[in-house]
Design a binder for this molecule. Structure first.
Ligand SMILES: [Zn+2]
Length: 249
């Protein structure tokens, strides 16, 4: 059973690594409910999570989650566990909100910071399943379980595979790549191309003007009698046609 659980976890982690750009150290956003369950089931979060996720982890929480535990005496033990973790800044610095609201707000609609969420809270669980690319950790029967990717995550990945859309993670990847190296050059190239497009009309208009004088010359050769008339015309015509030539030089 243990091996099966580990295999499933490995598969799920690869899913998030490949499709949502998750990287070590994995950021695990933990709330009081998870700490309480860990305490009850004698699970050492710091030891268990890196083993189970087969990688480095960074355990973190928010001020709101801490504040919520302070108000409940029965959760003092959970508070002691939670306060050992890094406190990530949330939007509610001055006015703490319910831990469930705070945790969901940390995901910002697309989980740009690649948080795993470790919770037993049904409200958080239901909320994060509406956001693609949020791995869920929970405790059941004395063990930590990494939930299978939500339907929301799976459908987004399928949509991307069909070329219907780009995931926020992929977009982030693209943006960071642009910043780092190659595509910055592409951006410049694109810029140059645009500049070329703008500069194109000028040489083209010059070419048209170039073509006009040979036509007039051709007309000159048509007839001797007409030559004199044409010469007069071309003399008049050369006037405006002289203007573009200095521009070319
Ligand atoms: Zn908060």
């Amino acid at each position: 059973m243990k091996i099966k659980r580990q295999k499933q976890a490995k598969k799920t982690i690869s899913f998030y690594k490949y499709n949502f750009n998750f990287r070590e150290p994995f950021q695990i956003l933990i709330d009081g409910t998870f700490c309480q369950a860990a305490l009850k089931n004698k699970i050492q979060i710091k030891e268990q999570l890196p083993k189970y996720l087969m990688g480095e982890v960074q355990l973190c929480t928010t001020n709101c989650a801490m504040k919520e535990l302070e108000s409940i005496k029965e959760l003092y033990g959970a508070k002691l566990i939670l306060q050992r973790f890094q406190v990530r800044n949330c939007k509610h610095f001055k006015n703490p909100v319910a831990a469930s609201d705070c945790l969901l707000s940390m995901l910002e609609g697309s989980n740009p910071h690649h948080y795993f969420v470790a919770t037993q809270d049904q409200e958080v669980t239901a909320g994060l399943k509406k956001i693609p690319g949020v791995p869920l950790l929970y405790i059941v029967l004395n063990t930590v379980v990494l939930d299978k990717p939500s339907q929301c995550s799976v459908s987004q990945v399928q949509a991307v595979a069909l070329g219907e859309m780009v995931t926020p993670a992929q977009q982030q990847n693209i943006d960071s790549l642009k910043e780092v190296q190659g595509i910055k050059q592409d951006g410049e190239r694109r810029g140059k191309k645009r500049k070329r497009k703008i500069s194109n009309p000028n040489p083209l208009s010059c070419l048209k003007k170039k073509k006009q004088p040979p036509r007039q010359q051709a007309k000159k050769t048509e007839g001797d009698k007409k030559r004199s008339r044409h010469r007069k015309r071309t003399a008049g015509g050369q006037g405006p046609s002289l203007n573009p030539t200095p521009v070319e030089k």
